[in-house]
Design a binder for this molecule. Structure first.
Ligand code: SAM
Length: 172
């Protein structure tokens, strides 16, 4: 299963930190790429540094127009839009999982109506407002059933050895 993330709607509120955290969750929880715009280009360097230190090849791509990204994916991907108004994740996760390519769309402020219409799944994580960071984490966890935490991050410079106390990190 290949999962990518499209983060839309940054214009009104400059929330680079939230967008960075969306990208970090996407990377750590099994997605392979994030599309974003109108953010500090430094985010790309932050992610590159993460890959270099902790491994993996998670990608960041900046777009001019999210409609073009959506259009380029719509034939080969199932579009999963995260919204508090959607169907419950636990009711649709098994149907979503049947698909090879998945594009998860997360918003920042109000999401245009067309996203709801063009999406194959409008999915909620609790029908209550909260955050795109938490919604993305839960949805990726439900889709991968926790297996994402066994994912390998190849070509790392440093690797954490889980320990009961303290910090154990091996350097290549
Ligand atoms: N009021 C906004 C709206 O109408 O879309 C909500 C903005 S919320 C701060 C930002 C994003 O978080 C949403 O676009 C959605 O992707 C995600 N989100 C927030 N609560 C959610 C929930 N309960 N389930 C799924 N996604 C959620």
């Amino acid at each position: 299963m290949k999962v990518e993330v499209l983060r839309i709607g940054q214009r009104v509120v400059r929330d680079d930190r939230v967008t960075t955290h969306v990208a970090l969750v996407a990377r750590a929880f099994g997605a392979s790429k994030i599309y974003m715009n109108e953010v500090d280009p430094e985010i790309e360097n932050t992610i590159k540094r993460m890959n270099k230190t902790w491994g993996g090849d998670f990608e960041v791509e900046f777009f001019e127009d999210w409609k073009k990204v959506l259009k380029s994916k719509i034939d080969d991907y199932k579009i999963v839009h995260l919204t508090m108004y959607g169907e419950k994740i636990d009711d649709v996760a098994s149907d979503i999982r049947k698909n090879q390519n998945i594009l998860i769309v997360v918003g920042a402020e109000k999401v245009p109506r067309t996203i709801y219409e063009k999406s194959d799944f409008n999915v909620s994580v609790a029908n209550q407002p909260h955050s795109e960071i938490s919604a993305l984490a839960i949805v990726l966890d439900r889709l991968y059933k926790g297996k994402q935490f066994d994912m390998r991050f190849d070509n790392h410079a440093r690797k954490i050895i889980p320990t009961k106390k303290g910090k154990k990190v091996v350097t290549k």
